[in-house]
Write a protein that binds this ligand. Structure first.
Ligand code: CA2
Length: 148
């Protein structure tokens, strides 16, 4: 099984500012956690981060027929991007959404998530551990789909 892990704009700046919201761990910690969780679950993974909406759309399109699952934190594009939602719909790959912070308790503009329209589940406000939980959930979900 292969997963694509996508992180949107500014996630590469984790640990530098706003530790009260996003914690003190940096982007390398996040990549290490994701690699470790995938290895433990027997999943091959590719980790991708971009600050550009079109690059994220291109990456999702390129994953068509090549990956079994997508874990995505679209960051600020969560709240604005119909293009990322449409790309995920177009490829039809099971997708789980992750947010490090509890967006439901933050500003009004963070209350909308376009990706949630296609995500099979969302892990919100669990810090970096949300990625580990998302990987394990998606692995089980895809195995169940294959056995159904
Ligand atoms: O909680 C999340 O995971 C978010 O997707 C993170 C995004 C934010 O725009 C979403 O509303 C919720 C922000 C990514 C990182 O932004 C930083 C800001 C300051 C310092 C370091 C990173």
């Amino acid at each position: 099984m292969k997963f694509l892990i996508i992180n949107g704009p500014n996630i590469n700046m984790l640990g530098i500012r706003e530790p009260e919201i996003y914690g003190r761990e940096d982007y390398k910690c996040l990549c290490d956690l994701v690699s470790d969780a995938c290895e433990k679950a027997g999943i091959e993974c590719e980790i991708f981060q971009s600050n550009h909406e079109g690059d994220i759309v291109d990456k999702i399109q390129a994953s068509y027929g090549r990956v079994d699952g997508i874990v995505i934190n679209p960051a600020a594009y969560t709240h604005t991007s119909v293009a990322i939602l449409d790309a995920l719909k177009a490829v039809g790959i099971p997708t789980v959404e992750v947010h490090i912070s509890n967006v439901s308790e933050r500003e009004a503009f963070r209350q909308v998530s376009y990706v949630s329209y296609v995500a099979v589940k969302s892990f919100i406000g669990l810090g970096l551990d949300g990625y580990r939980q998302a990987i394990n959930f998606l692995s089980d979900h895809i195995k169940n789909l294959k056995n159904a």
